[in-house]
Design a protein around this ligand. Structure first.
Ligand SMILES: Nc1ncnc2c1ncn2[C@@H]1O[C@H](COP(=O)(O)OP(=O)(O)OP(=O)(O)O)[C@@H](O)[C@H]1O
Ligand SMILES: [Mg+2]
Length: 278
């Protein structure tokens, strides 16, 4: 992974290799604000530009309301930008996702309570009618094994812990082998201990099954642990303050957290977000 490929304003400015996989050029988003009458508007994002190579793990951090979720929704094509251009593998998000659906993991695991863990994980494959039922079943079981949930296939979500539900939701998002995985505070609802465990789990899963990941988090240490690049957004309107390449060798283990380099990255992010001397 070459950090020099990060935060290029446009593909034309890109001369090195590998070539960019995901590029945002001048993305801006303004929402109408009905509380301020017909002229009101909320400028959620202003001129967001960056470019990252395939299989990068990119974290997006910043204060509440700085536009992180909006940015993810724009990348996924669920929301359209007011201005700017987005390219994923040379295509618009809508074009790209026709053949290669995005994987999504949200803060709330959003499993269907009336389906078992296995059925929940298999659901996207069933909806997309991928291969045969037997193959779908096998793939879902493989993913459950990857997230260490084998043995829990027949449990219903109500009988899983919060961390297990979140792992099931990660398995569900991975089972159709997405090239792009969008994760919006996936561990936000978990206690600190489980959250840390889940960070280690995701590190392990990412090492085994690479994808280009856009990961929104409020935990700066989680961002450093997992990422190749951390995008720091400033609020009102959301704009890029800095993109920090995380040059910690992979594979990374939980122990990396105690290294001085790791702590220096976390301190740098804290200073950027909360101000010097925080
Ligand atoms: N559909 C919408 N209509 C109007 N305003 C919106 C809409 N979605 C987001 N906004 C506004 O855009 C800004 C960015 O919101 P967004 O949800 O992207 O922030 P965020 O960084 O994800 O915040 P948090 O960390 O709290 O999840 C906020 O001011 C929000 O009120
Ligand atoms: Mg959000």
């Amino acid at each position: 992974m070459k950090p020099m490929d990060a935060h290029l304003p446009s593909p034309s400015a890109h001369t090195g290799s590998p070539r960019p996989f995901i590029t945002l050029s001048g993305i801006s988003k303004t929402f109408p604000d009905s509380s301020k009458g017909s002229d009101g508007a909320v400028e959620a994002l202003r001129s967001i530009s960056f470019s990252f190579p395939r299989n990068s793990f990119i974290s997006i951090v910043g204060h509440s309301g700085c536009g992180k979720s909006t940015l993810l929704r724009i990348v996924s094509g669920l929301e359209t930008a007011s201005f700017g251009l987005i390219e994923i593998d040379g295509m618009s998000p809508t074009e790209f996702s026709k053949d290669r659906p995005f994987g999504f993991v949200f803060q709330d695991a959003a499993l269907l309570p009336w389906k078992t863990t296995l059925e929940n994980v298999r659901l996207p494959l069933d909806i997309l009618n991928i291969e045969t039922p037997a193959i779908r079943d096998r793939r879902a079981r493989e993913m459950l094994e990857l997230v260490h949930l084998n043995g829990f296939e027949d449990r219903y979500p109500a009988h899983l812990s919060g961390g297990m539900r979140q792992r099931a939701s990660i398995a569900r998002s991975l089972c159709y082998r997405p090239d792009v995985l969008l994760m919006d505070e996936p561990f936000g609802a978990l206690d600190d201990f489980t959250r840390r465990e889940m960070g280690d789990e995701l590190l392990r899963i990412y090492a085994q099954r690479q994808a280009t990941v856009l990961f929104v988090t409020h935990s700066l240490s989680e961002a450093v642990l997992l990422s190749d690049f951390v995008v720091v957004l400033l609020p009102r309107p959301g704009r890029v303050e800095k993109i920090i390449p995380i040059e910690l060798e992979r594979p990374r283990g939980s122990a990396v957290r105690s290294s001085s380099k790791f702590r220096a990255y976390v301190a740098e992010l804290e200073a950027l977000i909360f101000g010097e001397g925080s």
